[in-house]
Unconditional design. Structure first.
Ligand code: KIV
Ligand code: ZN
Length: 522
């Protein structure tokens, strides 16, 4: 009989740990609502103790969601208590606590002699901490998940002991993460099989898998573990996450669906919401999906060569193992224009998965009119880009009020910008190597900071000369990365907005203030 696989989505927790991909509370709420529409079983909404903003986001999601909401907590009382405080109003709360279990992690994180003089003693300390953490979490809620961090590189005997202990303490799900994406599929599934043999109470908990993609094996490893008995898989939309990311939700779900002949599993995922979810996550995080990415990449269903196109025309199955429609690719494009009105816009945005309050709708409508004036036809992709741009941003402290760029052959490009914050406006000009460099320099002069630009990309959102241009800028400051995204039919303006948004991200996250806006104007 077909068995259900539990889909645990960690886009909002592990996914948000992608370089630069920080999300604000409104964006997280929208993604959580879309994940509910996608019908995931568990949403890991964040790590509540790590910051007030994380706490707030987990709480807001827990307050309104019908889905199981998980909050991450280290094996510490303060983490667990804070996680539960955030989850208190959830209809189905889950505390997800974890300990480091590999020798690398134990020696690295528990080096202090207070945890024991030898590795053996330190392992015992971690074992006890894990038991205590799970038992403490169980005093708050009946759904407790325990993860053995870096299980992929943990000695199998010790891993079996710690998993047995966690189940004894009351863990209802036990997760075996390949934290550093190190294992091969046969090795990883071998570990799961060995745990099933060694852990005598294993049937009292669900086995979960959580694979990182450092060797590009996250999805293969996850599926190999499901085939051997794991029944929960942890994954993210677009595969985003720490370093090379996590196993991609859409790839796992569609692999299980398409190859049901090999593994008789089902998920409750609503496949036709995959594309909408992918686009929303990419829009809000600023993490671009590579064109050849399986399932959700722009080229995933494109057939370029003549032979392929001919084969497709005769019979789609010649070169297509699933239909684009099955994941929500909409072939009949709905086009809006200036005359579609607020209601038309609102209805289409709801269909695309966005829920706006009156203020947000007004902002979206103004931005929509601006685009509609310039390019007449507004496509779904334009709307998604617009939503990812600035509609939910209440942290836009520094705004681009005005920009003028002078560039051409035989002239030195120069830019002038006016940046507004509250009532104050600062104007600066600068030359540059090109118009984008000039405008970035002018922004830096106006703000009095010079972040390192880690990456800068521009693309057109739809086709045609009037297409909306989207710029994504990633900056690095104080050893962290921050993404910014800007859109406009003018790519220099899009670039300026993206750069400023990345700087806003940095300043708001670090609560830094800029001297130039703090001093009174003379
Ligand atoms: O990769 C990992 O080990 C994790 C755990 C916290 C589950 O993200
Ligand atoms: Zn992880």
């Amino acid at each position: 009989m077909s068995e259900k696989i539990i889909i645990f989505d960690t886009t909002l927790r592990d996914g948000e740990q992608s370089p630069g991909a920080s999300l604000n509370v409104y964006e997280k709420l929208e993604i959580a609502r879309q994940l509910a529409k996608l019908n995931v079983d568990v949403i890991e909404a964040g790590f509540p103790v790590s910051s007030p903003a994380q706490f707030e986001a987990v709480k807001r999601i827990a307050d309104e969601s019908e889905v199981i909401i998980a909050g991450l907590a280290r094996a510490k009382e303060i983490d667990i208590k804070t996680a539960f405080d955030a989850l208190r109003n959830a209809k189905k709360p889950r505390i997800h606590t974890f300990s480091s279990t590999s020798d690398y992690h134990i020696l690295g994180k528990f080096g202090d002699s207070k945890y024991g003089a030898t590795l053996e003693e330190k392992r015992k300390t971690v074992l006890k901490m894990s038991y205590d953490a799970v038992a403490y979490a169980r005093t708050f809620c009946s759904d407790v998940e325990f993860s053995a961090e870096d299980a992929g590189r943990t000695d199998i005997g010790y891993l079996a002991d710690i998993i047995e202990t966690a189940i004894e303490a009351g863990a209802t799900t036990v997760n075996i993460p390949d934290t550093v994406g190190y294992t091969f599929p046969s090795e990883y599934s071998g570990k799961i099989a060995e745990l099933k043999r060694r852990v005598k109470n294993i049937d009292k908990a669900i086995i979960s898998v959580h694979c990182h993609n450092d060797l590009g094996l996250a999805v293969a490893n996850s599926i190999s573990a499901l085939q051997i008995g794991a029944r929960q898989v942890e994954c993210t939309i677009n595969g985003i996450g720490e370093r090379a990311g996590n196993a991609s939700l859409e790839e796992i779900v569609m692999a299980l669906k398409v190859r049901k002949d090999l593994c008789d599993f089902y998920t409750d995922i609503n496949h036709t919401e995959i594309i909408s979810t992918s686009r929303m996550v990419s829009g809000f995080t600023g993490v671009v999906v590579q064109p050849n990415k399986a399932i959700v990449g722009e080229n995933a269903f494109a057939h370029e060569s003549g032979i392929h196109q001919d084969g497709m025309l005769k019979n789609r199955e010649t070169y297509e193992i699933m239909t684009p429609e099955s994941v929500g690719v909409n072939k009949t494009k709905i086009v809006l224009g200036r005359h579609s009105g607020r209601h038309g816009l609102k209805a289409r945005l709801i269909e695309l998965g966005y829920h706006l309050n009156e203020d947000e709708l007004q902002k979206a409508y103004d931005a929509f009119l601006e685009i509609a004036d310039k390019k007449k036809e507004v496509f779904d992709e334009d709307l998604r880009t617009l939503m990812g741009d600035e509609i939910y941003r209440d942290d836009e402290k520094y705004e681009l009020q005005y920009m003028h760029v002078n560039a051409g052959t035989g002239t030195i490009p120069t830019a002038t910008v006016q940046i507004k914050s509250g009532e104050k406006v600062v104007q600066e000009s600068s030359p540059g190597d090109g118009p984008v460099d000039a405008v970035f320099n002018a922004i830096e002069r106006a703000l009095g900071i010079k972040p390192t630009v880690e990456s800068y990309n521009v693309r057109s959102v739809t086709s045609g000369r009037q297409a909306l241009g989207e710029a994504i800028v990633r900056i690095r400051e104080d050893e962290n990365s921050y993404n910014g995204r800007g859109t406009s039919t003018d790519i220099i303006e899009a670039s300026a907005k993206a750069y400023l948004q990345a700087i806003n991200h940095y300043l708001v996250t670090t609560e830094k203030k800029l001297e130039v806006f703090e001093t009174e104007s003379v």
